[in-house]
Design a protein around this ligand. Structure first.
Ligand SMILES: *[C@@H]1O[C@H](CO)[C@@H](O)[C@H](O)[C@H]1NC(C)=O
Ligand SMILES: *[C@@H]1O[C@H](CO)[C@@H](O)[C@H](O)[C@H]1NC(C)=O
Length: 194
């Protein structure tokens, strides 16, 4: 009984150390620490992480999270809204409902870059605030043809616990209101990092 109690205490202590190591990375390291981390890379094990969340893009209402900041002066109305640029600070949640637990936010912008095709250029940082990944980010830069069922976008980098991230994000529209432009998009991420 006493032995079991001791083992449980050791397990808890190890878990706390592991958690502290993850949380410690939430604060940005100074350049020497980054250098030391980089120098140890050749011995580091590459990790694979999968994430699943819902992205809430809300251009409408009293507190929009997506605001159009530029619009092209076209002589003829563009069916693809070519030339528009929208800045976003969109919540990322565990489930599709807006009140579902917040995991982080997507901060960046998208531009309507298709003259004839409905395509967005996505340039955004996923800024995680959930306890496990708090302060870490992932950067996505890719083409998002929003009318297609699945859109694949590259994960081009990361910071914090996601340093040197490289992988794939797959987006699928879960809900879209064509009157307001409000959308909920399901994201599945798979990526390697150190
Ligand atoms: C995340 O980090 C920020 C800044 O370091 C801190 O204020 C906040 O309490 C942390 N949140 C969680 C859930 O750990
Ligand atoms: C879309 O938004 C409009 C305006 O708020 C609302 O009247 C309509 O019910 C919404 N449609 C859906 C499918 O939610």
């Amino acid at each position: 009984m006493a032995k079991l109690g001791l083992m449980a205490m050791v397990a808890v202590a190890l878990a706390l150390v592991a958690t502290a190591a993850i949380l410690a990375r939430a604060k940005t390291d100074d350049p020497e620490k980054v250098d030391a981390w980089f120098s140890r890379l050749s011995h580091a094990k590459r990790k694979t992480t999968r994430l699943h969340f819902y992205f809430h893009d809300t251009p409408s209402g009293k507190s929009p999270t997506a605001v159009r900041v530029a619009k092209a002066a076209m002589t003829k109305k563009s069916s693809t809204t070519f030339g528009a640029v929208t800045i976003i600070d969109d919540p990322l949640t565990e489930g599709p409902e807006p009140e579902s637990p917040l995991l982080g936010r997507a901060q960046g912008f998208y531009g309507n870059v298709g003259l004839e095709s409905m395509a967005l250029l996505m340039s955004m940082n996923l800024v995680f605030t959930s306890p496990k990944f708090n302060g870490s980010t992932l950067s996505i830069l890719g083409r998002n043809p929003i009318l297609e069922t699945y859109r694949e976008m590259p994960i081009v980098g990361g910071t914090g616990v996601f340093r040197l991230a490289s992988g794939i994000a797959t987006a699928k529209t879960y809900f879209f209101n064509s009157t307001t432009g409000d959308a909920v998009v399901e994201y599945n991420l798979i990526y390697m990092h150190y």
